[in-house]
Design a protein around this ligand. Structure first.
Ligand code: ZN
Length: 108
C-alpha cells in the first residue's frame, strides 16, 4: 500500500495526513488517511485505505477542511470494504478488511 505512488496530498501533518494513491499497474485509486496519538500505552497509529472511484476522487479533492474530508470519506466508506491497519502502541497490531462504519479517531 505504502509503495503506491501518491497522486495528491490533501493534508500533511505530523499526526494526521490524507492522501490519494494510485496503482501503476491497474490504475485503481486509494484514499489513505493516517492518524496518530500518544497515550500511556505508547504511540497509537492507524492507517485506513479505501478503494475509490474517479468520482470519489473529485469529491475528496474538494474538501478543504478535516471535518469536511472525514464526512465525505465516511459516506464513501459505507459503500465498500476497506483496509484498516491499527498499531496500538505496545499491543499487537491489527490489520483487517472491514465494512463497518468508518471511525476516524482522535489525533494529536
Ligand atoms: Zn493495481
Amino acid at each position: 500500500m505504502f509503495k503506491l505512488p501518491e497522486q495528491a496530498i490533501l493534508f500533511e501533518e505530523s499526526h494526521f495526513n490524507a492522501k490519494i494513491r494510485q496503482c501503476p499497474n491497474c490504475s485503481l485509486k486509494w484514499f489513505q488517511i493516517f492518524t496518530e496519538f500518544l497515550n500511556s500505552k505508547g504511540d497509537n497509529q492507524t492507517f485506513v485505505f479505501i478503494p475509490i472511484t474517479d468520482d470519489d476522487d473529485v469529491s475528496i479533492r474538494q474538501c478543504k477542511s478535516e471535518s469536511a474530508l472525514i464526512s465525505c470519506i465516511s459516506s464513501i466508506a459505507k459503500l465498500r470494504r476497506y483496509l484498516v491497519m491499527h498499531y496500538p502502541g505496545e499491543e499487537a497490531s491489527r490489520v483487517a478488511w472491514t465494512s463497518s462504519d468508518l471511525h476516524i479517531g482522535y489525533h494529536d
